[in-house]
Design a protein around this ligand. Structure first.
Ligand code: ADP
Length: 280
């Protein structure tokens, strides 16, 4: 039998299927989040990748911003617990996990078993999240995945002083108008997100090894700047964005073997942030 985890984020739906030993059998990612066709597409992709049907799934667990919109998952669990669980499997030596997704940034301290010990979270404002980077990529009319290449070409850092997404967008537009190079502005944007994330990490206390998860972990430019700020190398995996879904699949597997029923812990229902209070 197989165990399915689905992470319904604000911007992407991720699904992982593990076998009875907890090894990944299939995975799917669809770049559409809660309230869209994304969750179904991610599940179909993961099942097809594993070469199985839904009938082969013994237990499923949903996590992420949109988890409560699913009516078929056997259980739901908070992103924090699922990210901790996934990181324990993906990065067995990690003690600190920095997760930056589309709508929030969180820093988790975990033990060897992938259990959550402590955390800090920025979930009130889009600043310092993938949303901030998505908006900036929109200004440059490039893909968010292109930002790291711009950063690699930078020759200086054009400082972006506004942390608020709305004000920072205007600031970036005016820097462009004054003739600054896109690469140098991107370096400034990454510095700003790295600074904010490092501050969050320091609140929890950074203990090595440090791993990074969430879609923003795929941005090598930001990762490098963050690594220098926190003074630790940052572990990353090509499964980093699937970490929450992996954790959910492992939670489903554990629950099945321990005979546990549906549970729902540390639920934190949140609205999708767009602007901080100060900008309204
Ligand atoms: P959520 O769970 O909230 O949907 P994810 O962890 O899936 O968030 O991360 C989504 C964010 O990751 C996007 O907002 C985007 O900024 C970033 N992202 C996604 N793919 C890439 C990529 N290839 N390179 C850099 N950043 C990426």
């Amino acid at each position: 039998m197989y165990y399915l985890g689905i992470d319904i984020g604000s911007t992407a739906s991720k699904c992982v299927v593990v076998d009875e030993s907890g090894n990944i059998a299939g995975k799917g990612l669809y770049a559409s989040g809660a309230g869209t066709i994304g969750p179904r597409a991610a599940v179909d992709a993961a099942l097809s990748d594993a070469g199985i049907a839904m009938d082969d799934v013994a237990r499923s667990c949903a996590t992420g911003y949109g988890r409560n919109l699913l009516d078929w998952a056997d259980m739901t669990l908070s992103e924090l617990s699922c990210h901790a669980k996934g990181a324990g499997a993906l990065f067995p030596t990690a003690k600190t996990v920095i997760d930056i997704g589309g709508q929030d940034a969180k820093v988790l301290r975990i033990d060897e078993g992938g259990r959550l010990e402590n955390f800090a979270m920025n979930d009130k404002c889009a600043a310092g999240t993938g949303r901030f980077l998505d908006v900036m990529a929109g200004v440059f009319q490039c893909r968010v995945s292109d930002l790291q290449e711009y950063d690699a070409k930078s020759t200086k850092v054009v400082s972006i002083s506004s942390t608020c997404t709305v004000f920072a967008e205007s600031e970036v537009i005016s820097k462009l108008a004054s003739g600054e190079q896109i690469a140098d502005i991107v370096a400034g944007i990454h510095e700003s997100v790295a600074e904010r994330t490092a501050g969050l990490a320091k609140r929890v206390g950074i203990v090595g090894d440090v791993a990074m998860t969430g879609g923003v972990a795929l941005n090598a430019g930001l990762r490098g700047r963050l690594s220098r700020k926190i003074g630790h190398p940052i572990l990353v995996s090509n499964l980093s964005q699937l970490n929450g879904a992996l954790g959910a699949s492992l939670v489903a597997r554990d629950a099945f073997f321990s005979g546990m029923g549906a549970e729902d812990v540390a639920e934190t229902r949140r609205e999708k942030p767009t602007m901080c209070k100060g900008c309204r």
